[in-house]
Design a protein around this ligand. Structure first.
Ligand code: URA
Length: 277
């Protein structure tokens, strides 16, 4: 019997991944994913949900793709004013300090990162250790994977806006409770209003539930268009929930990767983005 050639297997795996559209994460020997020391260990579902959902603006499920790509904003003109408004909102958040009621264990407020007038916004759940240290969202391992996902969509991290439901690290990286999410959600909704993106990607269950006011599981929410109603502007913004990159790192199966990629491809189609080659 012939001994399998590891290089050929690696090439085959890489090609399968490419065809599945999941090449934003190398999976073959010596690739970035392996060198990051990640040991894939399937877990049944992403992070557990908050006990209940915070009050959010009414959300809709859109059964098909939103009819047409949303109107493009005159981004440059908006950028300066978005920057100012974001600064003012952050200052108000710091004065209000909603986290003072529940968080005892953080170093830096992690407000947001990227272009405050971006057409695409990603929303995660809460800062982890690296984010707490740096004050920047998604800079740890999950953040590196998110960067690859963004790159694969033909964008750079600087071209999107990234925020979290909670702006401060929960002790022991606990999943935000419903009360914590509810206390911080109004600031996130205002961040969305300032960015006024053409689409939102929610990463994982806490973010998806906070934005969509839904108690559905991630498996049922992901892969379909929903809508976030921005009360400030009256706009309805298309929302695509997908698995959190941290979940993907823990449960790194071809099936999960291709699900995430297919979710992102729907977003790319809506925004007329070309896959990075
Ligand atoms: N996970 C999140 O949800 N947000 C971050 O900023 C980092 C990890």
């Amino acid at each position: 019997m012939m001994t399998p050639d590891p290089a050929a297997i690696a090439r085959q795996h890489a090609e399968t991944s490419r065809l599945l559209g999941v090449d934003f994460v190398p999976v073959f020997g010596g690739g970035e994913f392996q060198s990051a020391g990640v040991a894939p260990a399937p877990t049944p579902d992403p992070t557990p949900p908050p006990a209940s959902t915070p009050t959010a603006p009414p959300a809709q499920v859109i059964e098909t793709k939103p009819a047409s790509a949303p109107e493009s904003k005159p981004r440059r003109k908006l950028a300066a004013s978005a920057e100012d408004r974001m600064g003012e909102l952050r200052a108000r958040y710091e004065r209000d300090a909603p986290h003072a009621n529940f968080v005892t264990d953080f170093t830096n407020i992690v407000w947001g990162d990227g272009d405050p007038s971006a057409s695409l916004m990603f929303i995660g759940e809460a800062p982890g250790a690296e984010e707490d240290k740096t004050g920047v969202p998604f800079v740890g391992r999950a953040g590196q994977l998110l960067n690859k996902m963004i790159d694969a969509m033909g964008l750079s991290r600087e071209q999107v806006y990234i925020a979290n439901v909670l702006k401060t690290r929960p002790p022991n990286n606990a999943t935000p409770t419903a009360d914590e999410a509810a206390a911080c959600a109004p600031y996130l909704y205002e961040q969305i209003s300032i960015v006024a993106p053409d689409a939102i990607v929610t990463l994982g269950l806490p973010a998806s539930r906070t934005i969509l006011s839904s108690n559905e599981s991630m498996g049922r929410l992901r892969g379909r268009w929903h809508a976030f109603h921005d009360e400030h502007s009256g706009r309805s913004i298309p929302v695509m929930p997908t698995y959190h990159p941290a979940f993907l790192l823990r449960s790194y199966t071809p099936e999960n990767r291709s699900k995430v990629w297919s979710d992102l491809k729907q977003v790319m189609e809506l925004l007329n983005l070309q896959e990075a080659r």
